[in-house]
Write a protein that binds this ligand. Structure first.
Ligand code: TYD
Ligand code: ZN
Length: 406
């Protein structure tokens, strides 16, 4: 039994994925023996409805000077963040000199649009290597963890902010109450917070359990986000569903009473109720579907391998760490994982120690099957890989169910 990170209520895990390494812990062979593992288990809080990890590795273990995730690797995501930036600019109150703060700004994929437009901005990125990449692009970035203390420092130095932004970062922070207090401190009275993260509704609907890993301490829904912010006198005023990361939700938050609440909020809360996102039994059914999905994937890969087929993983994503470890897929099934990120190449996947090789190794000798570990980019990838299909290559996908795309 432990305490809910949002409301303190007692919570019990509804599912354990077993011992897991760090999702982004790509490692060289000499580090295999000291590899870090923890038990990945997930709970639903019956009081505030937040779905959350029961324990999480220390933040410093995940976000550090060798952090392997750089946002700027997908063309579609670059377009997505350009659009996100325009949405923010459209929401600005009539302020002469707007100021925008983004946490987890990564390599500046979104903030650079504000920098280019001459808008005052500040990026906060705890992984120093990534923060350096942002600064090198002219995006003003500091390397700290965001909370109430940092918010006060920012207000002292720059004044209050018109917008607080976060993409795929709010759900990473176990100390969510401190972050929300920080947002409250940071925002002007008519300021707006806009953040987006993978949406619980999509995870449940698609059985995309690979969204559950160390960095994703929360799987947000409207009801849980609304509760978390209401505790601090802030209000969920609107939502904007997104297709990124296999289905995300963008939440718009303001000081309570400062802005009108869109009818979309009540409508989506009703949908969540219909989906059972606020009820424990939904998560028991989800666990069973995860187990079925795991068994189906393992059986399929073993059968193909038994038939002498070559199978390669496509994209060494963070979320693939959950899939590969939970399904017990190692290099006897996957020859290697192809990935375009230089820092991952030549290393091995966390836990299962499958070699990560440069993309050219995929192209120069197509396998019979490619396991699509970046299924969230499937449109972009399928379009790019027509030659693989033409050469007789087949895709294996596992979301929303395990199947071979013939
Ligand atoms: P993403 O889904 O953003 O990963 P995560 O689960 O970590 O959030 O995918 C990014 C990773 O996928 C990154 O390691 C680069 C790799 N990738 C490729 O190798 N080829 C591609 O065509 C794409 C789109 C991604
Ligand atoms: Zn709770």
């Amino acid at each position: 039994m432990s305490g809910c990170l949002v409301c303190g209520n007692n919570i019990e895990p509804f599912m354990s994925f077993g011992q897991m390494p760090l999702a982004n812990g790509f490692l060289p062979e000499e580090r295999f023996s000291g590899e870090y593992f923890y038990e990945l288990s997930v709970a639903f809080c019956p009081n505030c409805t937040m779905v959350q990890l029961v324990r999480q590795p220390a933040a410093g273990k995940m976000f550090h000077d060798e952090y392997a995730f750089f946002s700027g690797t997908s063309a579609a995501m670059a377009v997505h963040f350009e659009r996100f930036a325009s949405r923010v600019i459209s929401k600005f109150p009539a302020s002469d000199d707007p100021f925008v703060v983004e946490i987890g700004c990564n390599d500046g994929i979104m903030l650079r649009h504000f920098a280019d437009a001459g808008i005052r901005h500040l990026g906060i990125e705890p992984s120093e290597n990534v923060a350096r990449a942002a600064n090198a692009k002219g995006v003003r970035t500091i390397s700290r963890f965001f909370g109430e203390d940092l918010a006060r420092d920012i207000v002292r130095e720059h004044g209050r902010a018109d917008a607080f932004l976060g993409a795929n970062v709010m759900c990473h922070i176990a100390g969510i109450n401190s972050v929300i207090r920080g947002i409250k401190t940071l925002l002007k009275p008519d300021g707006i917070a806009m953040f987006e993260d993978p949406y619980l509704g999509d995870v449940i609907e698609k059985t995309s359990y690979d969204q559950i890993y160390d960095e994703h301490v929360f799987l947000f829904s409207l009801s849980s986000v609304q509760y978390a912010f209401a505790q601090h006198g802030m209000e969920l005023i609107d939502i904007e569903p997104q297709t990124t990361h296999g289905g995300s939700m963008r939440y718009l938050i303001a000081h309570k009473g400062a802005r009108n609440v869109s009818g979309r909020v009540a409508a989506q809360l009703k949908t969540e109720d219909e989906m059972g996102l606020n009820r424990a039994e939904t998560f028991d059914a989800f666990r069973k579907r995860c187990e079925e999905s795991r068994d189906a994937l393992k059986t399929l890969l073993s059968r193909l391998k038994g038939e002498g087929r070559r199978i390669v993983g496509y994209a060494a994503t963070s979320k693939s760490t959950t899939i590969l470890n939970y399904c017990d897929i190692d290099s006897s099934l996957l020859e290697f994982i192809s990935d375009t990120t230089p820092i991952k190449q030549g290393k091995f996947s966390p836990g299962m120690h499958i070699p990560v090789r440069p993309y050219r190794d995929f192209v120069s000798n197509y396998p019979d099957y490619a396991l699509l570990l970046a299924w969230n980019h499937s449109e972009e990838i399928m379009a790019k890989e027509e030659l693989f299909r033409d050469a007789g290559g087949k895709w294996i996908v596992f979301v929303p169910r395990v199947r071979v795309i013939e």
